[in-house]
Design a binder for this molecule. Structure first.
Ligand SMILES: [Zn+2]
Ligand SMILES: [Zn+2]
Length: 450
């Protein structure tokens, strides 16, 4: 018998925490933080304390009380007694926050498995964002097609899938009582759909006892305009060609496919893509593994340096990791003077730069990420005010990192598992309505026996 217990990702997008047990063997699939994490008790500056480990989280049931999982240090202010690890392995599907952020609580004696690409993203994030810390771990790196023995009776086959971050994997988990597959996050309409195809093929050949599948976009109505990455490129290139002012774009900081698209949009319009120091650093770290321009050598890329307190652009005012790109520097002043020469990638949190750049009215703003989920999204409202203030032309243009409802249905049909367990979705009930196979709707903390 295989026992599956879900501690996150239930009726919500993200925060996957899945415990798989077979006899004495116990493994965890992802250990992320949900996007709505703790919103009933925490907001703004009111956040769980760093110094109390799991204490503030346990108070509001924000972390599962699993024995033999957490580190001694994280438990010392709680009533859960420390036990040497009883979890054999933690498997990370990819390096997004909602799949990995809570590994910081985990006992460093438990090995953490992830892809080479995912590890690079973990390292870069820890190095470049001062608030991010994933804890000390013994990382064990895999590649697609490996077969890893993670516990006495459990072998795992990671198979790459296409998602909005490189280094994303699905897993086939082999136990003496059957094979379970877990999709992680995936899509079929992206530039690397071939990889998702490989996962589907292998899963279909495995006569699965159960498929744990993401269902981000399995929702009542898909009213939003849905594009592929290629369409984002074509439409984006056309929009930029029609605009003779500055073009500003915002997208997810680690969606490398989108950066490649924005680079191409800029190049087709004889514009230079301007990226942040953090993005330049990320590119320099992944350029040998995936196809991405070298920010140090590529003529069509410049690196934006924010003005520091001194008002100058002195190398010593910047972090060490930011410094290598100083010979590619571009400043607010440079952009202000030659607005139509650039496509500036700017995160929402760096919008104050616009005050110095002074974009001409009618400049184009491409919002190349998901539309806000709710009307009351405060950030979306603030963004709208900035756009209005600078009289920018707003354009929504995005290709999702997740399979559409239609894609999910066809993937399940192809794989034809004995059971379907939807996670990472707000609408697990819709799986019941749309599919013929038996669907198990998991409940938080209640084991599913297979
Ligand atoms: Zn996710
Ligand atoms: Zn993801």
């Amino acid at each position: 018998m295989i026992k599956l217990t879900f501690y996150g990702g239930i009726e919500e997008i993200g925060g996957n925490k899945i415990l798989l047990e077979h006899k004495k063997n116990r493994i965890l699939l992802d250990f992320g933080q949900s996007f709505k994490f703790g919103e009933e008790y925490f907001t703004g500056w009111l956040q769980p304390r760093n110094i109390t480990g799991c204490r503030d989280y346990f108070e509001f049931n924000l972390l599962p009380r699993i024995e033999g999982l957490y580190s001694k240090d994280m438990l010392k202010e709680t009533d859960l007694e420390y036990q040497p690890p009883t979890i054999d392995a933690v498997l990370l599907s990819h390096a997004h926050f909602d799949h990995i952020n809570h590994i910081k609580f985990i006992d460093p004696k438990i090995p953490v498995y992830c892809g080479h690409g995912a590890k690079t993203f973990i390292d870069v994030e820890e190095e470049t964002s001062p608030s991010t810390y994933y804890g000390e771990h013994e990382y064990r790196l895999f590649k697609s097609g490996d077969r890893i023995s993670v516990a006495d009776n459990i072998d795992v086959e990671p198979i790459h899938v296409d998602h909005s971050i490189p280094g994303a994997y699905g897993f086939l988990i082999h136990t003496p009582d059957g094979i379970i597959a877990y999709t992680g996050d995936m899509r079929r309409h992206g530039p690397m759909s071939r990889m998702t195809g490989e996962f589907i093929k292998k899963a279909a050949e495995s006569r699965l006892s159960a498929l744990i599948t993401e269902g981000t976009r399995v929702a009542p109505a898909e009213s939003r305009q849905l594009y592929t990455e290629k369409q984002v490129l074509e439409i984006g290139a056309k929009l930029v060609a029609e605009n003779h002012r500055l073009v500003v774009a915002t997208s997810y900081s680690r969606d490398v496919d989108r950066f490649r698209t924005l680079y191409e949009i800029a190049a087709r319009n004889s514009r230079i893509l301007v990226i942040s120091t953090k993005t330049a650093y990320l590119f320099s770290k992944v350029k040998d593994k995936i196809k991405i321009p070298d920010p140090l050598k590529d003529e069509n890329i410049r690196v934006y340096y924010k003005r520091k307190v001194s008002g100058s652009y002195d190398e010593k005012d910047y972090y060490k990791w930011e410094r290598p790109f100083m010979n590619k520097i571009i400043t607010a002043e440079d952009i202000r003077r030659r607005q139509r020469d650039y496509l500036l990638h700017l995160s929402f949190y760096a919008f104050t730069e616009l005050i110095d750049i002074k974009p001409e009215p009618g400049s184009l703003f491409i919002h190349s990420m998901s539309e806000p989920f709710s009307e009351e999204d405060v950030e979306a409202e603030v963004m709208a005010n900035w756009i209005e203030h600078f009289k920018l032309k707003f354009q929504q243009l995005h290709a999702s990192g997740h399979a559409s409802k239609h894609e999910i249905t066809s993937i399940i049909e192809e794989i034809n598992p004995a059971r379907i367990i939807p996670v990472h979705t707000e609408h697990p009930d819709l799986f019941k309505k749309t599919l013929n196979q038996p669907v198990i709707k998991p409940e938080t903390g209640k084991p599913v026996k297979i």
